[in-house]
Design a protein around this ligand. Sequence first.
Ligand SMILES: C[S@@+](CC[C@H](N)C(=O)[O-])C[C@H]1O[C@@H](n2cnc3c(N)ncnc32)[C@H](O)[C@@H]1O
Length: 271
Amino acid sequence: MPLSENEISDLFILLNDHYGYDFSGYAIASLQRRIKRFTSMNKINGFPELKKRLDDDPVFFSSFVHELTVNVTEMFRDPTFFQCLQQKVFPSLSTYPFRKIWHAGCSTGEEVYSMAMLLNEHRLYDRTRIYATDINSDVIQKSKEGIYPLRFMQEYSTNYILAGGASSLSDYYTARYDSAIINNHLKKNIIFSFHNLVTDVSFNEFNLIVCRNVLIYFSPALQEKVIELFYNSLGMLGYLALGSKESMLASKLKNKFEVVDKKEKIFKKIV
Ligand SMILES: C[S@@+](CC[C@H](N)C(=O)[O-])C[C@H]1O[C@@H](n2cnc3c(N)ncnc32)[C@H](O)[C@@H]1O
């Protein structure tokens, strides 16, 4: 059920007015694909029915938001990125007595726990606070629980070794039945919470912001707005890490950053 332009803008108004979710800057083609999938899975016949269900049923609304936001993630995704972080960013982070890191668009938490493990191995974790945020409350809940299918751990363990992990991935979780439960020690300095990159403001000053595989779903104008938010949320000489398919070369703020690693998309605020 592809929606017409008018229906799409109606939908954006409804989502914004009722729930404060602004999807108007998201890339339309991929939104259309996901709306189509969602409506056919839920056997929705036409836009009026979709609108009514979204209006009336908060559980239905929540699963709609889940569908619109792509939550694919893994531990040590792009291992060379994590290797680069340790080589080019951690030495500078270690010069601060206390560090603040923001994972924006953290999904179900795998990326955040990967960071915590490496900080732990560099003896940086205890004096670091990690803020991990997302627009989707279901994934925030899963992040807090930190329980992942045990069958994924073999692949994650390979990623961990490629990322330069110095210990063993199994040191960080307890296996129970078919689940891997992240150890509490790794959770203690992480705050998971709701934050909408489109509508919410800066809430702290960070030494490192990690926002990977989120901007690809936004229009160029929305990407610019979010990069501005990151610029305003970074301390001087703070780092910004984006996803492998993302860049800030088109941003008007690009001259305020130095490229730390072009391939791994790591930038440093210099002005
Ligand atoms: C593909 S996942 C990326 C997860 C992780 N950063 C990684 O690279 O593996 C994208 C995440 O961005 C979140 N997201 C989408 N729009 C957002 C917004 N406006 N504000 C905050 N998070 C958003 C989604 O809910 C989803 O969890």
